[in-house]
Design a protein around this ligand. Structure first.
Ligand code: PMV
Length: 315
């Protein structure tokens, strides 16, 4: 009754921002992501007969309060769905270069979904596992999948899941660190504010569906320029939207790196930015261009290069 699973973080090219169903964690739109190789979570779940509640350790620390509650609620969901009568000892480690301030809920909940089912001998298909991970954290549905993934918005638990998307081989992501502290407003709370802005919400749905169609064409035609310009305008639009709802994640330093990227692009480098619910900037580029591009970013900030990563697996 004990299993260990590993899962990597993913970064969205077409973002998930806002829910149409909070209980099932159904997103307003579909989204597209790339699972990365450098950052991951390793989680062991052991069901124990004597326990009267879940015991959670993250990076060796015993966890109580809201963080435990979120994980225990997710475990309750798993227990209910698969008739598991035991509480668990959960031991989770986040492997990130130093303390990176990179969101780890995608890797955390996908590793937990896999370990918590397998520890009780429940073998799910990739699709079922992705739907399950979604209940813990929306973006976790995509970390089940290797490389590029699409999370179909769906309209039920079963139809909202991620699967492999089109591929593009010559890709790498440079993470440019801006601030390693914990973000002030988590994505979960921040995106819920969108329900107070119905017009913005509708505009966002139309825009995202549009960007999704455009990026698909980029992949079908293997056109990095279309993929890059689309993911960049999408990220920038998401931050404009978030700012209209009263939250700002980007700092002056983030904006400086965005400007720097635009200047490099004018000089012919294939570099495009994306930012999530925090100030760090992720630069999508070609793997074949890393040798030219990396030193240019190393000059201005601390960076880590990521390649395509694997989906969740047992170890
Ligand atoms: O899965 P959550 O609740 O951590 O939300 C993820 C939100 C973004 O990272 C900003 C976008 C995305 O699609 O990953």
């Amino acid at each position: 009754m004990k299993k260990t699973a590993r899962s990597h973080i993913n970064i969205a090219l077409i973002k998930y921002w806002g829910k149409k169903d909070k209980t099932l964690n159904l997103p307003l739109t579909s989204s597209v992501s790339l699972t990365l190789d450098q950052f991951y979570t390793t989680t062991t779940v052991e069901y124990k007969k004597g326990l009267t509640e879940d015991h959670l350790y993250i990076d060796g620390r015993f966890i109580t309060g809201d963080e435990l509650k979120r994980v225990s609620n997710f475990m309750d969901e798993i227990r209910k769905r698969y008739n598991i009568p035991y509480y668990a000892l959960i031991d989770s480690y986040n492997y990130v270069p130093k303390k990176a301030g990179i969101a780890s809920s995608s890797s955390a909940f996908s590793a937990l979904a896999l370990a918590a089912t397998e520890a009780f001998g429940v073998h799910l298909s990739q699709k079922e596992l992705s739907s399950l991970a979604r209940l813990g954290s929306g973006s976790a549905s995509r970390s089940i999948i290797s490389g590029f993934a699409i999370w179909h918005e769906g309209d039920s638990h079963e139809s909202s899941y991620a699967e492999s998307f089109y591929d593009y081989n010559d890709v790498a992501v440079i993470i440019a660190f801006v601030d390693k502290n914990e973000k002030k407003v988590g994505s979960r709370d921040a995106m819920n504010i969108l329900t107070d802005f119905p017009e913005l919400k509708n505009e966002w749905i139309t825009l995202t569906n549009d960007h999704l169609e455009r990026i698909k064409l980029g992949f079908i035609n293997q056109d990095f320029n279309i993929i890059g310009t689309t993911l960049e305008s999408h990220a920038i639009k998401m931050h404009e939207l978030i700012e209209k709802t009263g939250i700002t994640y980007l700092t002056d330093k983030s904006r400086e790196i965005i400007q720097y990227t635009h200047a490099l692009r004018e000089k012919g480098y294939p570099v495009y930015v994306s930012m999530d619910a925090g100030p760090n900037v992720k630069i999508f580029t070609k793997k074949s261009s890393i040798k030219d591009v990396l030193p240019l970013y190393q000059k201005i900030t601390e960076v880590v290069v990521c390649n395509k990563g694997k989906g969740a697996y047992l170890i």
